[in-house]
Design a protein around this ligand. Structure first.
Ligand code: GDD
Ligand code: MG
Length: 363
């Protein structure tokens, strides 16, 4: 790869502003494998040689900036631009154009801020340069493409259409979707309308295609996950710990578990499947936790059995309680001898008394 381009990271919009009712920390800052999720994306970009990244936010720059600062701890030069009103993905890209240093024909990387991926960033840039495309897109294949942008290509990989969130079966013409990583020719960014909301997916890409621009797809079936839901988040965090999702920012060695230094885990507790136990959290005797994230300061009682679940900051899980595929909000209390399963969500600070809920039949 030639010199790596600069990058724009999109971390705004409605999804991130409407905080999930179960976690108080803004999504990009919720720890995945022990560090704010955004750290993984920043560190991966840095490993690919990127040095200058502009964070396009539509809120809460005051949350990102105190933590990441000027980016020097990660070897980066970071800048922050906050939209007064969310400008959409395209508007957000256009809004930071003045911060770019690239020349008109230079490539500029753009990343959706909620993706965990093993994408070979250098290969995407190489594809972009080799094909002379106006925009190059990382594509991945999924079983159900309805929640994504569908991107059919011809035999050479050239994009033939862009169908955001297809509604009808007829629209589902491919299983290739937009994976949320692009390379833009700098001058294309300057053609996005300024000062209003623009969706790059619904407006910019279809318009470019109609005008005959060259959009190039690169299908890369490496690890890929949109962390849009708490359950996807837990999965991603576990995959980082297990080493399935590559990131240079995971503290400590890859393995079955990640226990942060100030956490206390009973000697006979069993932590498996990429479980993370956050700072100051406590896991009691005989507890078994598989593929789950226990955030900072949470307490898991003796003999609790937890799998595929998120236990929020400072939450308390009573002794012998079973959680499977559950999200327990920050500060919530689930008393002992409860059984919660399959997508149950306990709101922040809610209190569930001992023995209040069970799924299995009466004995
Ligand atoms: N700054 C800023 N301003 N960022 C925004 C805005 C905005 O107004 N709106 C969205 N973003 C950021 C989000 O924070 C996220 O990181 C990214 O842009 C994509 O927005 P989402 O709201 O997460 O979109 P999505 O997941 O429904 O769909 C997008 O991602 C899919 C892959 O996960 C689209 O790009 C799809 O085409 C794609 O398949
Ligand atoms: Mg998303």
């Amino acid at each position: 790869m030639n010199q790596a381009p600069e990058a724009i990271l999109l971390v705004g919009g409605k999804g991130t502003r409407l905080r999930p009712l179960t976690v108080r920390t803004p999504k990009p800052m919720v720890p995945a494998a022990g560090v704010p999720f955004l750290t993984h994306q920043l560190a991966r970009a840095r490993s690919a040689g990127v040095e200058h990244i502009v964070l396009a936010t539509s809120y809460l720059a005051e949350v990102f900036e105190p933590y990441f600062g000027d980016g020097s701890a990660l070897g980066l030069h970071l800048e922050y631009v906050t939209e007064e009103e969310p400008l959409g993905t395209g508007g957000a890209i256009r809004n930071v154009a003045s911060r770019l240093r690239s020349g008109p024909d230079d490539p500029v990387l753009v990343f959706n801020g909620d993706i965990l991926t093993g994408l070979d960033i250098g290969a995407l840039v190489d594809t972009h340069r080799a094909t002379g495309a106006d925009v190059s897109l990382h594509l991945t294949r999924v079983d159900d493409p309805r929640a994504y942008g569908l991107v059919p290509t011809d035999v050479t990989g050239r994009v033939t259409a862009f169908l955001e969130k297809p509604q009808t079966p007829q629209e589902i013409v491919t299983d290739q979707i937009n994976a949320g990583a692009y390379v833009f020719r700098r001058s294309v960014i300057d053609t996005i309308p300024d000062g209003r909301s623009v969706s790059v997916e619904r407006e910019t890409f279809p318009k470019l295609l109609r005008s005959g621009a060259h959009l190039q797809g690169m299908v890369d079936s490496t690890y890929w996950l949109d962390l849009g839901t708490p359950h996807a988040f837990v999965r991603g965090s576990a995959d980082l710990v297990l080493g399935r999702a590559p990131s240079p920012a995971v503290p400590g060695r890859r393995g079955d578990r990640l226990v942060l230094p100030s956490a206390r885990v009973a000697a006979d507790a069993k932590l498996t499947g990429g479980t993370v136990v956050g700072e100051g959290a406590v896991v009691g005797e005989g507890a078994r936790i598989d593929g789950s994230t226990v955030l900072a300061g949470a307490v898991v009682g003796a003999g609790a059995v937890i799998s595929g679940s998120l236990v929020g900051e400072g939450a308390r899980i009573g002794a012998r309680t079973v959680l499977s595929g559950v999200v327990v909000g920050d500060g919530a209390v689930v008393g002992e001898d409860n059984e919660l399963r399959d997508g149950a969500r306990v709101w922040c600070d809610a209190v569930l008394p001992a023995g209040a809920v069970r799924f299995s039949s009466d004995q």
